[in-house]
Every structure is written in structure tokens, then in C-alpha cells.
Design a protein around this ligand. Structure first.
Ligand code: 6PG
Length: 475
């Protein structure tokens, strides 16, 4: 019984996380449904072999663990997690800890937490971001569950996590599903960020007629300033790559259908349930759906081929590059504000007390959305002032006020030229809606009251009212 932790599920993420933990000096028991994988992992990583303990059976795996046992599951979200829990749970004792480190739906995490309640066995839902390399060399880790369990896990997770100027990018965020919820919102923001970058790419390609190599240089340039982020950096890298087979830019031979595993959709569903308009996230998820209907888009393209467009192109000159940069930066602030608003509402709704500033801090390194901008968000929360919404934080008010004209220009020009910008447009529409003191829902309330006596409130009097509207007859 000498392993500090057991990793169950040795796919890409599980294997890399196990190696990372072993490299930090912990002994890691390994188990996988195809047991050979566990032995191969040890054999292929000779320098870490002393800390890697492959096991043949689930019994051996659990028996290899020090007490209290810590079992980390890295298996596909959904039923596979429940199946593995069913196998491990009977072998555990009170005090032992199960960690689901996959991308779980937080509702499942809440359910699984309830399942072990009263048994003395603990369940931790933990979000891990950073892809393969992050898992291997330092991911951003979002921990949920009981705080006392976090105290036990901290010594292992802190060195394993990414470090931002020496600060480990791992934190306990709240009970039961808090860690997985925050990871889900991370992914929703990731979708929005990627979609907005792709929309700008669409303008550069179809509006300004640029080649991939020229676009790579533009994104690389932007990456040195306010937009500095992993996603912009990899955008430049993707655009710069050549397909060895055809000598064409890689992007030009990749099919324009985006995959998705569901986390972005979960973020949007939860935002909707909480009554938060995460419209840029919604636009990003929807756009992936539209992208996957390629044949349908092609027939539609043929049908609308001749439609009149008010502008022939995007009207590009060098000045418009600065405008695109400002527009992207502004829309990004709006997208993150929507993600943060969703977390703030969830925090109140689920009684988590999510540390929003801390979340920005642990997202500054290791995760997919890591960026300079997250440090700006962390600073907003560091002031200690109540933040109603990031769009009302003074430093962001100033930036959005400055950048909104560029976003407006870009969305308008793209609309006139027929270039789709669903997420950038959603950001602008949300901004204009959000900053309008007198909205138009009064009309909706009137309609609802007319057709269904749903009642309304008035500006000039307290109370709930119903009006005798004239009867509307068909025909
Ligand atoms: C991360 C990523 C990671 C994974 C997503 C991609 O934070 O490391 O978000 O979780 O890359 O599952 O999601 P899609 O396959 O849905 O794009």
C-alpha cells in the first residue's frame, strides 16, 4: 500500500495527468479497462517508473493505495463514470476519496455526490483544463466537493497544476458541482472566444481577401498586445501551417465542420436555466451546429447566390485591421462578462459562494482560455468592490466605451457585405440591450396581458395590473 493516488482511465488526459503527478514525486497507481495500457505507460516512461504502479485488476488497484485512498477517474463523461464508480465504490472505505476529473455535467456531479452521502466516502468533481500538454505539464484545476477534502488533496494538486508566476492555478471553488460548473463555463467561454476569432478570420479571408500566411502574421501581431492569449497564439500557428501533401495552407484543406462534445452546450443550457443571456456562448454553440450541416449550407449557398449585397467587400485598408483588433477585444470582454454573470448567478442559486476573482486567477495559466485579459479580470475582483457585472467594472466600462465603435463598424460592415458574424453581432446586440435603461419588454408585457391576462406592473404605480384590451377577432 504505497500509492498516494490512483488514476483510473489512461486515455490521453488520464495518462498525461498520471505522468505529471508521478513527476511531482507522488506514487501513482494505474488502472485501465485494457490493462496493458497501464503497463505500457510505465514501460514507456522509464524515468518515472519508480512512481508508476500499473495494476491488473480493480482490486489490486485499490489495494495499492494508501489510506485514505484517493481514486481519480479520467473516463468519458456520462455513463462510463457511473460504471466505474459502481466498480470502485464497493472496494472503498469511509474516508476514501473519489475524484471525477473528466468534463462532467455538474448535474451529474451533484447526483453522484448525493449518492455517496452518509457513506463516509467523499466525491470530488474536478474540472481540468489545458488539453494534453496541460495535463502533462500543468493544467488549470477547478476543484469542487467538501472543503476538508480539498485540504487533503491540496498538497498533490498544487504542484501538479500550472503555475502563474509561482501561484498554482488550482483552487477549491465550492461544494458538490461547483468545480465542474466552472469548467463548463470555461468551455462555454472557450467556444465563444474561438467562434469570435473564427469570425474575424472569415472577414480577413472573405472580406479582405487575405491568404492564410498573411492572416497568421496579423494574429501573431495581435498576440503581442491586448489580445495576447493562448487561443490567438494557436490561431496564428494554425494559419501558418502548410499541408505537406498539397503544399497548401493547412486551414485551406480542413473541412469546415466543427465538432463538439457537449460542454459548450451545457454552459448555454445552464445560463438559460439561470435566466442569464449568455448570447455569445449561444451563438458559438449554434454556429458549430450550422457548420456541421455542410451539405445543407452548400445548397443554400446556391439558392441565394445572386442576392444583392449593399457592399461588395469589407472595405479593407490597413486602418480596418486596427478596427478588427479593437472589435475582437471588445466582444471578448462582453463574452467573458456573460460567462462571469452566469457563474455569479449560479453561485447565488446553488449556494456555492464561487470566488470569481480566484477563478480568473487560476485561469491565467494552464487552461485553454488563458490570456493576459484574465489578469485584468482578476484585478477587477482584487479591488474588493462588489462587481454587479464585469461590464459595470470601471476599468472595463472604459475599455468597452472605447472599443464599442469598432465593434459596431465591424458588425455593420460584415452585415452589409454578407459575412456572418453571429457571435460578434450577439456581443454588440447584448451590449446595446444591456446599456438601455428603457427597454421594449413593456410591449411584450402588453401583448401577454392582451392574449393571456398575464398582468403587468406599471412605472408610475406599485401593484400588479390587468387592462381591458379591445377584443381582437380573426378575419
Ligand atoms: C480544456 C478543453 C477540453 C477539451 C474540450 C473541447 O479546457 O482543456 O476545453 O476540455 O478540449 O472538451 O471541447 P469540444 O470537443 O466540445 O470542442
Amino acid at each position: 500500500k504505497s500509492a498516494d493516488i490512483g488514476v483510473l482511465g489512461l486515455g490521453t488526459m488520464g495518462a498525461n495527468l498520471a505522468l505529471n503527478i508521478a513527476e511531482e514525486g507522488f506514487r501513482v497507481a494505474l488502472h485501465n479497462r485494457t490493462t496493458k495500457k497501464a503497463f505500457d505507460l510505465r514501460d514507456d516512461n522509464g524515468e518515472l517508473a519508480a512512481n508508476l504502479l500499473p495494476t491488473e485488476t480493480m482490486e489490486d488497484f485499490v489495494a495499492a493505495l494508501k489510506s485514505p485512498r484517493v481514486v481519480l477517474f479520467m473516463v468519458n463523461a456520462g455513463a462510463p463514470v457511473d460504471e466505474q464508480i459502481d466498480l470502485v465504490l464497493p472496494l472503498l472505505s469511509p474516508g476514501d476519496i473519489m475524484i471525477d476529473a473528466g468534463n462532467a455535467d455538474f448535474n451529474d456531479t451533484v447526483r453522484r455526490t448525493k449518492r455517496v452521502q452518509g457513506t463516509g466516502i467523499h466525491f470530488v468533481g474536478m474540472g481540468v483544463s489545458g488539453g494534453e500538454l496541460g495535463a502533462r505539464h500543468g493544467p488549470s484545476i477547478m476543484v469542487g466537493g467538501e472543503e476538508s477534502v480539498w485540504q487533503h488533496l491540496k498538497p498533490i494538486l498544487q504542484p501538479v497544476a500550472a503555475q502563474y508566476h509561482g501561484e498554482p492555478c488550482v483552487a477549491w471553488l465550492g461544494t458538490d458541482g461547483a468545480g465542474h460548473f466552472v469548467k463548463t463555463i470555461h468551455n462555454g467561454i472557450e467556444y465563444a472566444d474561438m467562434q469570435m476569432i473564427a469570425e474575424i478570420y472569415g472577414i480577413l479571408r472573405d472580406g479582405l481577401g487575405l491568404q492564410a500566411s498573411a492572416m497568421a502574421a496579423i494574429f501573431a501581431d495581435w498576440n503581442a498586445r491586448g489580445l495576447s492569449s493562448y487561443l490567438v497564439e494557436i490561431t496564428a500557428a494554425v494559419l501558418a501551417e502548410t499541408d505537406p501533401g498539397t503544399d497548401k495552407p493547412m486551414v485551406d484543406v480542413i473541412l469546415d465542420e466543427a465538432g463538439q462534445k457537449g460542454t459548450g452546450r451545457w454552459a448555454v443550457i445552464e445560463a438559460q436555466k439561470l435566466g442569464i443571456g449568455a448570447t455569445t456562448l449561444e451563438a458559438a454553440v449554434s454556429a458549430r451546429g450550422v457548420s456541421s450541416r455542410r451539405a445543407e449550407r452548400q445548397s443554400a449557398a446556391a439558392l441565394y447566390d445572386g442576392v444583392t449585397l449593399p457592399a461588395a467587400g469589407f472595405g479593407g485598408d490597413t486602418a480596418s485591421l486596427a478596427e478588427l483588433e479593437d472589435a475582437l477585444e471588445t466582444a471578448k470582454i462582453i463574452a467573458y462578462a456573460q460567462g462571469y454573470a452566469t457563474m455569479a448567478e449560479a453561485s447565488a442559486n446553488f449556494g456555492w459562494n464561487l470566488p470569481l476573482g480566484e477563478i480568473a486567477r487560476i485561469w491565467r495559466a494552464g487552461c485553454i482560455i488563458r490570456s493576459r485579459f484574465l489578469d485584468d479580470i482578476a484585478k477587477v475582483y482584487d479591488t474588493g468592490e462588489t462587481v454587479v457585472n464585469l461590464l459595470q467594472a470601471p476599468s472595463f466600462v472604459e475599455r468597452v466605451a472605447r472599443g464599442q465603435a469598432a465593434l459596431r463598424q465591424v458588425v455593420a460592415k460584415a452585415a452589409l457585405a454578407g459575412i456572418p458574424t453571429p457571435a460578434l453581432s450577439a456581443a454588440l446586440a447584448y451590449f446595446d440591450d444591456y446599456r438601455r435603461a428603457r427597454g421594449t419588454a413593456n410591449l411584450i408585457q402588453g401583448q401577454r396581458d392582451l392574449f393571456g391576462a398575464h398582468t403587468f406592473r406599471r412605472l408610475d404605480k406599485e401593484g400588479v395590473f390587468h387592462h381591458q384590451w379591445p377584443a381582437i377577432q380573426d378575419g
